[in-house]
Design a protein. Structure first.
Length: 255
């Protein structure tokens, strides 16, 4: 008589408590199947909810900061299939991902050491485009119509992507300098006008490299005032390394 495969052992199922044949993990067949169905359902829900799709619908401090950063270090591809933010700081992108309630992964392009956070969500992409983050935006972007209460956070987000702070020699004396760059002089001019309207702080916009690049600069007292205004009650919405550097430079040059 041919020998068949041995049957599964009889156990007391750890889930239902009944004595049945063992399937796996201390479970009977019925409870094991239920566990697998629950796991698949949870995985499906996690996969479906990978970002807060309504994030860019309503102006908040957080939304303004992320939009500002996307205007600087982000783009929408020409096929409008992905919205991508990139930076050398993984920590900064992780903060943005958390603010957006997203579970999309952050990747690393090893040849350059640049991290990237890609969002293949049609709703989010369209909202970004509606706010001015259009494909190939570099030389044609304009300042979004940001409410006054959120503009400081928007600018800080942009500054964390395309802003620098330092000290330059001016006639033998150190001169505190804040510079904000863009490929669009129109964008920077609009930024300068909003800053002037909100704070009465004046900056200068100049273009170079045949107007392919532009910079908005603040010097001395105006630079110190911009830094103070940017980081006042900032709700931890900033790139920590740049925040610490800006305050360090500011403190050393106000003595």
């Amino acid at each position: 008589m041919p020998r068949g495969k041995p049957g599964r052992p009889i156990i007391k199922c750890i889930e239902c408590g009944e004595t049945k044949r063992h399937k796996a993990l201390g479970l009977c067949q019925q409870c094991y199947d239920k566990k697998r169905r629950r796991k698949r359902t949870v995985a499906k829900k996690i996969k479906e909810k990978r970002i807060n799709e309504s994030f860019f619908e309503t102006w908040t401090d957080e939304m303004a900061y992320v939009l500002g950063f996307w205007c600087a270090d982000g783009y929408v591809d020409k096929e409008m299939k992905n919205a991508v933010a990139y930076n050398k700081s993984k920590e900064l992108l992780e903060m943005i991902r958390s603010i957006m309630e997203s579970s999309y992964t952050i990747g690393l392009y090893e040849p350059t050491g640049i991290y990237h956070f890609s969002i293949p969500n049609k709703k989010v992409i369209q909202d970004l485009v509606n706010l001015g983050v259009v494909p190939a935006k570099s030389n044609k972007i304009k300042c979004p119509n940001v409410p006054d209460f959120a503009f400081r956070h928007f600018l800080r987000g942009y500054f964390d992507g395309n802003g620098t702070v330092g000290v330059k020699d001016h006639g033998g004396y150190p001169n505190l300098t804040v510079a904000i760059s863009s490929g669009s002089p129109v964008f920077l001019t609009e930024i300068a006008e909003r800053i002037k309207d909100l704070t009465n702080i004046s900056g200068n916009v100049r273009s170079f490299n045949y107007e392919k690049a532009s910079v908005l600069s603040f010097y001395g007292y105006n630079a110190a005032s911009v830094i103070t205004w940017l980081y006042w009650q900032s709700k931890d919405l900033y790139y920590k390394e740049k925040h610490d550097l800006a305050l360090d430079v500011l403190n050393k040059n106000l003595k």
